[in-house]
Write a protein of this length. Structure first.
Ligand code: URA
Length: 424
C-alpha cells in the first residue's frame, strides 16, 4: 500500500477500503505521510466525497488514533452536546449548568474557535483563572461531584483530528460533509458519553449553508452513532443571523449569565430551553411535559445559575475579575426599513478582526472585545437608530464594514425559524 496510489484512487472517484483508510490515518499520525500528501487526499475527498461506509471507516480509524475516555465508573447516563459552530453561539455555557442542575451528568469536551466561529473553551477562558485543561481523572471526578465538567480535549484524544483539522483549516477542505462528520463523531465517541445531542447550524454563519446539506450531515452522524450503539439526536437550528446579541468572549459569558437569570435575548433563551428539554427527556426517559417542568424549575429557582457559578469556582475561575472593554462605539442605521438579511459570517469575521478570534493557532485572543447586535432579521429600524455596539481593544474597525453586513429594505422579511427540524 502507498499513499500516492490511495490519493490517485480517490482522485478517480474510486472508494477506499477500510485497510487503506486505516493506513492513511496511522501513517499520518506517525508522520510517515506528509502534510502535502494528506492535503492532496483531503482535497480529493472534499471534491469527490466519500460513501457512508468510507466515512464510518474514517471515523473509526480517527477514533483509534488516540486515547478514549471511559466514563462507565460514573453512575447514571452521561450526556454530551455539540454544535457544528456558529456566530454568537454560547449555548453550551448555559445548557450544561441547566442540564446538570436537574441531576444529569454533563461530561463536556469542548473546542476552541475555528475560522469565523467561536469556541466554548475560548469563551470560558475569558473568566480569569479558569482552567479547562484537566487530567482525565479530574474530569471524571468533577462530573461525579458536581454533575458537570467542561474541558478542552486532551492532546491524546483523537490526535488524527487535531492534525487533520489544522490542515483542513488552511487548505480549504473544511466544508466537506464526510470530513466534518468523521471529525465530530470521532471526538464525541472518544469522549465516552452515552447520549449525544448535536446542534447542526444552518445558514450564512454556519458551515452548512442550506437545510439539505445540514440534513445529510445529521443523518450521517446518526448513522455513525448507531454503529457504536450511541444515541445521537441532531437538531437543525438557524444560523442566518448571530445567536443572541453578544459576539466575543467576555460579552458572551455575560450574556450567558443574563439568560440564566431570565433576562437574556429571546432567541438564545428559547434555543437553550429547547435543547435542555430534549436532553432531560432523553437522559431521564420522561415525557416532554415532565422535562419542561424540570428545566423551568431549575431556571426559576436559580439552581441553574448557581450551577454555572459552581462550575466556574470548581475550575478555578474568578468571574468578578472578567473584563469587558469600556471603549464602546455605537453603529447607527443609515436608513429606515426592515432588516431583511444579516451577513452572519462577515459579522463573525469582524469579531475575529477585533481580536475575539484567531487567524493562526498561536494568536492570543482579546477576551474583552466584541460586538452586540441589537437588531435582528425582521426588526424595523429608523435611520440613525443604534444597530450595533462595538467593544474595542487594540484593533480598529471600519464602521462601513459593519453596516455592510445588514440589508435594510422597505418590505418586511420573515426571519427563518429558530428550530428547523429534529432528526433522530
Ligand atoms: N467541528 C468539528 O469538530 N469538526 C469539523 O470538521 C467541523 C466542525
Amino acid at each position: 500500500m502507498n499513499i500516492v496510489d490511495i490519493i490517485n484512487k480517490k482522485r478517480k472517484k474510486i472508494s477506499l477500503t477500510k485497510e487503506e483508510i486505516e493506513y492513511v490515518i496511522t501513517n499520518y499520525v506517525s508522520e510517515n505521510i506528509t502534510d502535502y500528501q494528506m492535503s492532496a487526499l483531503l482535497m480529493a475527498i472534499t471534491i469527490n466525497g466519500m460513501s457512508d461506509e468510507e466515512t464510518i471507516y474514517l471515523t473509526d480509524a480517527m477514533l483509534n488514533s488516540g486515547d478514549k475516555i471511559d466514563l462507565t465508573s460514573i453512575s447514571g447516563i452521561k450526556l454530551d452536546k455539540h454544535s457544528t459552530g456558529g456566530v454568537g453561539d454560547k449555548t453550551t455555557l448555559i445548557l450544561a449548568p441547566i442540564v446538570a442542575a436537574t441531576g444529569l451528568n454533563m461530561a463536556k469536551m469542548s473546542g476552541r474557535g475555528l475560522g469565523f466561529t467561536g469556541g466554548t473553551i475560548d469563551k470560558l477562558e475569558a473568566i480569569p483563572g479558569l482552567k479547562t485543561d484537566m487530567s482525565l481523572n479530574d474530569f471524571k471526578k468533577q462530573v461525579e461531584e458536581i454533575h458537570v465538567a467542561i474541558a478542552s480535549g486532551s492532546k491524546k484524544l483523537v490526535p488524527a483530528d487535531k492534525k487533520m483539522y489544522a490542515l483542513r483549516d488552511v487548505t480549504a477542505t473544511v466544508e466537506s460533509i464526510p470530513l466534518i462528520a468523521s471529525s465530530i463523531m470521532s471526538k464525541k465517541l472518544a469522549s465516552g458519553a452515552d447520549v449525544l445531542v448535536i446542534d447542526v447550524k444552518v445558514g450564512n454563519g454556519a458551515l452548512m449553508k442550506n437545510k439539505e446539506d445540514a440534513k445529510k450531515l445529521a443523518n450521517l452522524m446518526i448513522k455513525i452513532g448507531k454503529n457504536y450503539n450511541k444515541k445521537v439526536v441532531c437538531i437543525l437550528t438557524n444560523m442566518f443571523e448571530p445567536l443572541g446579541e453578544a459576539i466575543g468572549n467576555s460579552l458572551e459569558v455575560e450574556e450567558s449569565i443574563n439568560v440564566l437569570q431570565g433576562k437574556g435575548p429571546k432567541d438564545i433563551t428559547s434555543l437553550v430551553i429547547f435543547l435542555a428539554i430534549q436532553m432531560v427527556k432523553i437522559g431521564k426517559d420522561i415525557t416532554i411535559e415532565e422535562a419542561t417542568k424540570e428545566v423551568r424549575n431549575v431556571l426559576v429557582t436559580g439552581k441553574a445559575l448557581n450551577k454555572f457559578y459552581e462550575v466556574i469556582k470548581y475550575q478555578h475561575g474568578n468571574i468578578k475579575e472578567m473584563v469587558i472593554s469600556d471603549k464602546v462605539i455605537s453603529i447607527k442605521a443609515n436608513k429606515t426599513g426592515f432588516i431583511t438579511e444579516i451577513n452572519t459570517e462577515a459579522i463573525g469575521e469582524l469579531s475575529r478582526k477585533l481580536g475575539a478570534g484567531r487567524y493562526q493557532k498561536e494568536d492570543v485572543i482579546d477576551s474583552k472585545v466584541g460586538l452586540k447586535i441589537l437588531k435582528k432579521v425582521g426588526d424595523f429600524v429608523i435611520n440613525d437608530e443604534e444597530l450595533v455596539k462595538v467593544y474595542l481593544g487594540e484593533k480598529d474597525i471600519n464602521i462601513n464594514e459593519i453596516l455592510d453586513c445588514f440589508t435594510i429594505n422597505e418590505h418586511y422579511h420573515k426571519p427563518n425559524p429558530l428550530i428547523i427540524e429534529t432528526i433522530v
